[in-house]
Design a protein around this ligand. Structure first.
Ligand SMILES: NC(=O)c1ccc[n+]([C@@H]2O[C@H](COP(=O)([O-])OP(=O)(O)OC[C@H]3O[C@@H](n4cnc5c(N)ncnc54)[C@H](O)[C@@H]3O)[C@@H](O)[C@H]2O)c1
Length: 332
């Protein structure tokens, strides 16, 4: 199998690349290195393309042909929800425009297997804490919207071009599979808290009066290695379906553990992992923050045979122990 991974030099992509290389697949990474780091890649070929730039579809098509690519995993995107509120056009250009180039190149070259990085952000502020894939999709920022539009585009590409596709809605990704592949950007609770503790500052808690057991927000954290393995399960399912001549379709799966952890629980694990007895700073809720969002992961277990196996302790301790490379771009 020859797999092309866009955004493979990023945090999640580098884990998928390493797992695929380790099992003997040929891997081509397409990345513009805007937030990625080429030094994370070994055993994979890197082709530098800005997928939202001029001529991206054609350049990507050439890379697909040159390397005999049979499957594409599309991760390349911008992911800072707050930034997307102030730069919606940039997020639509990069996240939707980039995906359009990928789908165009797949259609031009006859690639029929696509895995797309979506996000739990498509659910917005759900009415119920536990969401399955049929829950209403009501994103609350342009980042989440760009992922939802992406899922629609993927679905339409299945119909128009016979591209068999799986969109994975990641919940809160954390941890590191290897110490050199930590998440360099403090954009979620775990990385932000680690960043503050390392600088001798108290992590912030936004809202301690939610309707949850300890009053703080509850989320579903999934280990990046479990997530990377979900991509391998998706690629393998697409390959088997193609071998069986199954008709193309577009499936959507939650990727989470099905277990929620509160902000205070996560911070407690960080105290244990770091050995530092830090205090916390409690502030008001942030607008739009739901009390709890937890995945119902039953469908991916049933259909792809994937389930998360790593614990919150694994996530927090591997994130704490990961090397701390300087962020390569303006995300932090
Ligand atoms: N990290 C999370 O918690 C999370 C949660 C849900 C969904 N996602 C999605 O997962 C994917 C990967 O996220 P990540 O955490 O690894 O982010 P990341 O920023 O570490 O990786 C993104 C990669 O894409 C590349 N890239 C960005 N724009 C590009 C473009 N126009 N052309 C070519 N390459 C480009 C970057 O250089 C980088 O290597 C993204 O689509 C993100 O929206 C992430």
């Amino acid at each position: 199998m020859s797999v092309l991974i866009t955004g493979g030099a990023g945090y999640i992509g580098a884990h998928i690349v390493r797992l695929l290389v380790d099992r003997g697949d040929r891997v081509v990474v397409v990345d513009d290195l805007s937030s990625g780091d080429a030094s994370r890649l070994s055993g994979a070929t890197l082709v530098r393309i800005d997928l939202a730039g001029d001529g991206a579809r054609e350049r990507l098509g050439s890379a697909i042909r040159d390397h005999g690519v049979t499957s594409v995993v599309h991760l390349a995107a911008r992911k800072n929800a707050a930034e997307s509120v102030t730069d919606p056009a940039g997020y639509y250009r990069d996240n939707v425009g980039g995906l359009a180039a990928v789908i165009g190149a797949c259609a031009d070259t006859g690639v029929r297997r696509l895995v797309f990085s979506s996000s739990a952000a498509v659910y917005g502020t759900p009415a119920v804490p536990r969401v399955d894939e049929a829950a209403p999709t009501q994103p609350i920022n342009p980042y989440g919207e760009s992922k939802l539009v992406g899922e629609w585009l993927v679905r339409d590409a299945a119909t128009a071009h016979g591209i068999d596709a799986i969109s994975l809605r990641y919940f809160n990704v954390a941890g590191a599979g290897w110490p050199d592949l930590g998440d360099p950007f403090p954009l979620n609770l775990i990385t932000i808290a680690i960043d503050r503790v390392r600088r001798g500052l108290a992590p912030s808690v936004f809202g301690a009066d939610f309707d949850t057991p300890d009053g703080t927000g509850v989320r579903d954290y999934v280990h990046v290695m479990d997530l990377a393995e979900a991509h391998l399960a998706a690629l393998d399912a697409l390959a088997s379906r193609q071998q069986a001549d199954s008709p193309a379709g577009a499936q959507v799966f939650n990727v989470g553990t099905g277990e929620g952890a509160s902000v205070l629980e996560v911070l407690d694990r960080l105290r244990a992992a770091s050995g530092i007895r830090f205090e916390v700073q409690v502030g008001p809720r942030r607008p739009g923050d739901p009390a709890a969002v937890v995945a119902d992961p039953a469908m991916i277990a049933q259909q792809l045979g994937w389930r998360a196996t790593r614990t919150l302790d694994d996530m927090v301790s591997s994130a704490w122990q990961a090397e701390r490379p300087e962020p390569t771009a303006s995300l932090a």
